[in-house]
Design a protein around this ligand. Structure first.
Ligand code: ZN
Length: 227
């Protein structure tokens, strides 16, 4: 299936909302966390606490409940982690490939579509995902994957690879900064077409060099979510 056909395929779904379906669409507010956001320049983004204050204030000012965004956003936050850091601008990984939903810890997360548990893992590196679940979807003979990062530790308890997950079923809750790679609580949601041999983890950030490949392999999550 071509890239544009796959994008059309994603658009055709009516997914279950990832967070509580009682939160109305007007309670979502887009947030810009890119290097180019002037309002972020006064924030010490290496501190999950300071970034959290910034995000929560932003949500409060807009009388919203959840802030979202970040697909292909070029971000400064990854510079604090050696895991992402490269001295070369072409290979520094700072372009975000998922869509983030910023909300409180313990917020329940629901499966947007039917699927099965592909894999799960606690990615404990600083700035990594922490507890992560990947679902496999096989719909109308099209196979693709969705990744849920920065979850609570409890989200991984009693999971089993291959087990079926129904659309709208609760699959996880959001983790705190202590377990989620040291970020303010949020869900990293990413669509992956070819997952290669990855299990419980997949790059959520890429370099300028990698962008052409990753843009095709990880299309805009909002084609599916329609927030
Ligand atoms: Zn993210």
């Amino acid at each position: 299936m071509s890239v544009s056909n796959f994008e059309g395929f994603l658009k055709s779904f009516k997914p279950h909302p990832l967070v509580d379906s009682s939160i109305s669409p007007s309670d979502f507010i887009h947030i810009n966390l890119s290097l180019h956001n002037f309002n972020l320049s006064a924030v010490d983004i290496s501190s999950s606490n300071e970034l959290q204050q910034f995000i929560w204030k932003y949500i409060a000012i807009h009388q919203a409940k959840v802030a979202y965004g970040g697909y292909l956003e070029q971000r400064g936050i990854y510079r604090r982690s050696t895991y992402f850091n490269r001295t070369n601008h072409e290979t520094e990984r700072n372009i975000h490939l998922g869509l983030d939903l910023w909300s409180e810890a313990n917020t329940p997360i629901f499966a947007p579509l039917n699927g099965t548990i592909h894999s799960f893992k606690n990615n404990t590196n600083h700035g990594g995902y922490g507890p992560t679940i990947i679902l496999k979807h096989d719909i109308n003979d099209v196979v693709f994957y969705t990744l849920y990062g920065h979850l609570s530790l409890e989200s991984l308890w009693q999971l089993e690879v291959g087990v079926e997950v129904k659309q709208g079923e609760q699959i996880a809750t959001l983790g705190t900064a202590e377990v989620n790679g040291d970020y303010p609580p949020h869900l990293h949601f990413q669509i992956i077409r070819d997952i290669q041999n990855y299990k419980g983890d997949y790059p959520g950030v890429c370099s300028k060099q990698g962008i052409e490949f990753y843009k095709q392999n990880c299309p805009d999550p909002n084609l599916l979510l329609k927030i």
